[in-house]
Design a protein. Sequence first.
Length: 216
Amino acid sequence: MSLIGLILIAYLIGAIPTALIAGKLIKGIDIRKVGSGNVGATNTWRALGWKAGVAVLVIDLGKGLIAATLIPRIPLGPLPLGAPETAVLCGLAAVIGHVFPVYIGFRGGKGVATTTGMLIGVAPLPLGIAAGVFALALVLTGRVSVGSLLGAVSVPIAIGLFNHYGIGTYPPLLLGLTSGLAAFILFTHRSNISRILRGEERPLIKPLLSRKSDRR
């Protein structure tokens, strides 16, 4: 029961609709009715400006980090799993809360920022590699969705390679869950994937590849 209680608390924290609150407070708008309609940092950036977008990003990151690092320390009683496994499960609960928030009808964001926050707490080195992949993809393509997709897939690959070559000793549960989260993020980005394939995905910044072609 103690583990269920921690997971529930983590879910409720993850379910806080940061972007929706920002839209109401800053411009009195429903972020779900502008832009892509997504309750996340990227749509907030486009609708409210970069300052609001960065603020929402940081808070959504914080939800995952708090869930993975602080929530497992709440003394609700003995736990059936070790600390690493409990941290991963609580972080996962926050991600699910962000994507399916109970407060706003279970239609939330896509979970990338909250997943990143969780991984900061439980797997910082693989996350660093994923961050590099994300940044490179963003600079080259200008599209957050491309960076998010490639970064998400690179996390379980990095964890698997680290375990195989003895660089780290991450629990099998983390490898399984990050693989599941990567698949989940691919699923939540299915509309973005369709737009990318059709060449209709809007870039957030001007792609480096485009700049090089412009010079020619």
